[in-house]
Design a protein around this ligand. Structure first.
Ligand SMILES: Cc1ncc(COP(=O)(O)O)c(C=O)c1O
Length: 317
């Protein structure tokens, strides 16, 4: 989804709040040349009924960000709680009363020529209005990419490392150029890893199947949420290597991710998945996910951070 950004949007950068237009990085920044950053993606859901913006699993996203940053020897000097506080403050300062996407980014900031990392880093958090990322109402038609997923021994996919997303852009763009909605990416040994920017689930014999963490996937927070929501419905999830042809014989399939949410797949490489329409387990999970993210159920209240309430509580204490 394209987003037109307001230059007056307040962002968090260089340890302070400032307008987006003033948040600049130098041309010789290490991360710009070598992809040496780690990012996150968090959604916030506006509830008009509650007059509240619910950040979904923000603490888990920040914990993942902090531990992934260590892959680049960066110790983020703020706790997950402090990072959540900054995010709520951004929502309030920008008076965001719509669905949002929060983009935390930490990157190697040494200026100059040379691949060596250096100790310098900067972190930024930006919150922008954000709606549907991909129109999946009719179900997605996807293709297995000719590009393979980055390997753990090359650039760890679990790291959400900026440079690794060239791999996602190559596979996603290839699929769209060939008339598909999205790509499915395989590992070097031919197992299904995930989508270009989402995890993948199949349904076979009434069970959910998803590739394991050792098959070069991002250890998705939506993936973990889906596994829990499915368990509530007495649907078991098996984490195991998935062959390409299982995509063709599955009765249902879907992508899961913060941006994608739960996006049904109805065709893979021109093979219909199941009946070629959105499957009923997928639909139930989609409904449960909407309820939980938008705060329409008590279920998962520990996953929702009410941004305006948090800022209100802090201003009176
Ligand atoms: C490559 C990749 N896989 C999976 C996901 C889903 O992860 P999460 O559910 O934590 O957003 C993402 C999210 O951006 C991603 O980029």
């Amino acid at each position: 989804m394209e987003t037109t950004l307001d230059p007056n949007l307040i962002v968090y950068f260089e340890d302070t709040y400032k307008p987006l237009a003033e948040a600049k990085v130098g041309l010789l920044t290490h991360a710009l040349h070598y992809g040496s950053g780690i990012f996150e993606g968090i959604r916030g859901y506006w509830s008009a009924e509650d007059e509240e913006l619910y950040l979904f699993r923000a603490r888990e996203h920040y914990e993942r960000w902090k531990s992934n940053a260590r892959l680049l020897k960066i110790e983020i000097p703020l706790s997950a709680k402090q990072l959540c506080d900054i995010t709520c403050e951004l929502i309030a300062r920008n008076q965001l009363r719509t669905d949002v996407y929060v983009r935390p980014l930490v990157f190697k900031s040494r200026q100059g020529i040379g691949v060596a990392f250096g100790p310098e880093f900067e972190l930024a958090i930006v919150a922008v209005p954000f709606g549907t990322y991909i129109d999946s109402t009719k179900g997605l038609r996807v293709a297995v990419s000719s590009w393979r997923r980055v390997d753990d021994n090359a650039i760890p996919a679990r790291g959400k490392i900026c440079g690794a997303y060239v791999n996602s852009a190559l596979s996603g763009d290839e699929a769209r150029a060939n008339g598909f909605d999205e790509a499915v990416v395989l590992t070097n040994d031919g197992h299904v890893a995930e989508g270009a920017a989402s995890n993948l689930f199949l349904v076979r014999s009434g069970q959910l199947i998803t590739p394991p963490v050792y098959d070069n996937i991002l250890e998705g927070i939506t993936r973990a949420t889906v596994i829990e929501l499915a368990r509530d419905m007495w649907i078991e999830t098996i984490e195991r290597p998935v062959d390409r042809t299982e995509l063709y014989v599955a009765s249902e399939a879907f992508f899961a991710g913060t941006a994608f949410e739960i996006a049904p797949i109805i065709e893979v490489d021109r093979h219909p998945v199941g009946t070629g329409s959105i499957g009923h387990i997928t639909r139930r999970l989609q409904e449960a996910y909407v309820e939980v993210t938008r705060g329409r159920t008590a279920r998962g209240s520990h996953w929702r951070l009410p941004a305006y309430r948090e800022v209100g509580v802090r201003s009176v204490t």
